[in-house]
Write a protein that binds this ligand. Structure first.
Ligand code: C2E
Ligand code: MG
Ligand code: MG
Ligand code: MG
Length: 270
């Protein structure tokens, strides 16, 4: 089969497969090799206190240093990784690496948090909370410094199972954020019933600078006792508005771009 042939570096596609399908087969093969070949790295984007501007923590963002195509962003490969379940070993690596790195930074910046994106496929896997516990144990990172970012769709696929999984995670002492908040379908009662700690307002709302919508979202979060992070802050006007509305934490190109671990280190230890 074409997949088999691909492993040996030979492309034996049926012409009817088409270019797009052939590219997918290549991507899947490369993804398997990348996991073994340590071609993944994490970049880190700072999150800053809305009121004081102080650095609070980082979000870990995976990058793939592809052998021939250069650096690939998650939008290029996370979907494929989910379809093939390769997101499971990749997700474990991301968790371990992010926790290890954050624990190392704690020597100079003790209370920094690390936020890790978790795919629905990972979250639904029965071994997920054990993988989180192992990453904490191995790294020595305090559980309260780890924030797991889930999307609304991950939680909504099976709300009952999600509630059970979240309960396991909360017992470990980690924090949970709802990512890209406002773009999905979550109901107010769901938000109220799930043990989440943080909402990340999607950058589409931040960038539209729709004051009424942002105000409603912030009031909602404050009413539910949730911390609010605004993502995608690119302008001083957006920053000023979010600050005025009492947003807890800001993240975006205006404040800091995603950076390599080395660059973060030189930022922490000037
Ligand atoms: P996300 O979790 O919502 O992450 C924020 C994305 O917005 C990142 O893109 C970040 O680089 C980008 N960003 C940050 N500030 C700004 C800004 O001011 N303006 C604009 N236009 N963009 C900004 P990135 O790194 O390409 O990641 C895209 C998505 O891929 C993430 O969205 C997340 O859903 C997913 N992802 C990233 N890393 C991982 C991972 O380790 N595991 C999983 N499962 N998904 C990941
Ligand atoms: Mg995120
Ligand atoms: Mg987000
Ligand atoms: Mg987003």
């Amino acid at each position: 089969r074409a997949k088999q042939a691909g492993k040996n570096g030979v492309r034996l596609y049926h012409p009817a497969m088409g270019e797009a399908a052939a590219e997918r087969v290549d991507l899947e093969r490369d993804l398997r090799q990348a996991l073994d070949g340590q071609q993944f790295t994490l970049h880190y984007q700072g999150q800053f206190d809305g009121a004081t501007g102080a650095l609070q923590g980082f979000e870990a963002l995976v990058r793939w240093q592809h052998a021939t195509q250069g650096v690939l962003l998650p939008s290029k490969f996370i979907g494929m990784a989910e379809e093939t379940q390769l997101i499971l070993p990749l997700g474990v690596w991301v968790l371990q690496e992010a926790c290890r790195q954050a624990a190392a930074w704690h020597a100079v910046a003790p209370r920094l948090t690390i936020s890790v994106n978790v795919s629905a496929v990972q979250f639904e896997h029965p071994g997920f909370s054990a993988a989180v516990r192992e990453a904490l144990d191995r790294s020595g990172l305090p559980a309260g410094c780890l924030i797991l970012e889930l999307t609304e769709s991950a939680v909504l696929r099976d709300p009952t199972a999600a509630a059970a999984q979240l309960t396991h995670l909360k017992r470990l002492g980690v924090r949970v954020a709802l990512d890209d908040f406002g773009t999905g379908q979550s109901s107010l009662s769901l938000l109220h019933s799930l043990p989440i700690d943080e909402l990340k307002i999607d950058r589409s709302f931040v960038q539209s600078a729709n004051r009424v919508l942002l105000e409603v979202m912030l009031h909602l979060a404050q009413g539910l006792n949730l911390r609010v992070v605004a993502e995608g802050v690119e302008t001083a006007d957006q920053q000023a508005l979010l600050r005025m509305l009492g947003c807890d934490s800001l993240q975006g190109y205006l404040l800091a771009r995603p950076a390599s671990a080395e660059d973060v280190r030189s930022l922490l230890i000037p």
